[in-house]
Design a protein around this ligand. Structure first.
Ligand code: PLP
Length: 238
């Protein structure tokens, strides 16, 4: 068995164990494989083990990888999710190549993604990225500005607001990890109440390799796992 498929089995087992420990159904929690810095062969290996949702951070790297994956496996349907910082000159490529974007944190980006979504495509699924730990260097809208951005996103015709996403301050302390995730879940509940039937927020995108269990305990519906599936990232692209 390949290393990636072996890792995937371990991560899936961990996900199920974390769901059980939280009294939740494992089927409520989707597993995104974050393939940034790994190539199309790594993606195809994961896909051969049944993985279908892939996350990418760098637009050009991702678009090249999506094209090469389609060339090698034309009949394979994968769900590509964009999770990286977004520059406005890259929104067209994102709108054309992805099914989901988890990192929307300002109106201008949302507006452009809606305008540039191809007419024949389904609405682009959106999570608003929240700077839940209020770190100066981090992307994401501040929690107090989240509702106003959500109000803006729901009235855009080619976007479907699905929920919130966060990358909390890194911590080895499970109590601290859970506190940040709980704050995101509570914010999502508040936004849902304020939006009423204008949106159905069914996605809480939280939890990475180092804090998946805490995120699942606090209600995550989509965990984004990179290094525990593909191994340590040894290079970075920009
Ligand atoms: C890289 C990345 C991940 C995956 O991180 P790991 O620690 O490797 O699991 C998840 N979410 C975002 C936004 C990322 O940039």
């Amino acid at each position: 068995m390949s290393l990636i498929s072996n890792n995937l089995q371990v991560v899936r087992a961990d996900l199920i164990a974390a769901a059980n420990a939280a009294g939740r159904l494992p089927e409520e929690i989707s597993l995104m494989a974050v393939s940034k810095t790994f190539d199309e062969h790594a993606v195809l290996e994961a896909a051969a083990s049944g993985q279908r949702i892939f996350g990418e951070n760098y637009v050009q790297e991702a678009v090249d990888k999506i094209d090469r994956t389609r060339l090698l496996a034309p009949d394979l349907h994968l769900d590509w999710h964009f999770i990286g910082p977004i520059q406005s000159n890259k929104t067209k490529l994102i709108a054309e190549n992805f099914a989901w974007v988890h990192s929307v944190d300002r109106e201008k980006i949302a507006q452009r993604l809606s305008e540039q979504r191809p007419a024949d495509a389904a609405p682009l699924n959106i999570c608003i990225q929240v700077n839940i730990s209020k770190e100066e260097s981090k992307s994401g809208v501040m929690p107090e500005d989240c509702l106003s951005l959500a109000e803006f996103v729901v009235q855009l015709p080619h976007l479907a607001l699905r929920g919130l996403m966060a990358v909390p301050r890194a911590s080895d302390d499970v109590v601290e990890q859970r506190l940040a995730f709980r704050q995101l879940r509570q914010l999502q509940d508040q936004v849902q109440i304020a939006l009423g039937n204008r949106a159905r927020l069914d996605t809480l995108s939280m939890g990475m390799s180092g804090d998946m269990q805490a995120a699942i305990a606090e209600g995550s519906t989509m965990v984004r796992i990179g290094s525990n599936i593909f191994g340590k990232r040894t290079y970075a692209t920009a």
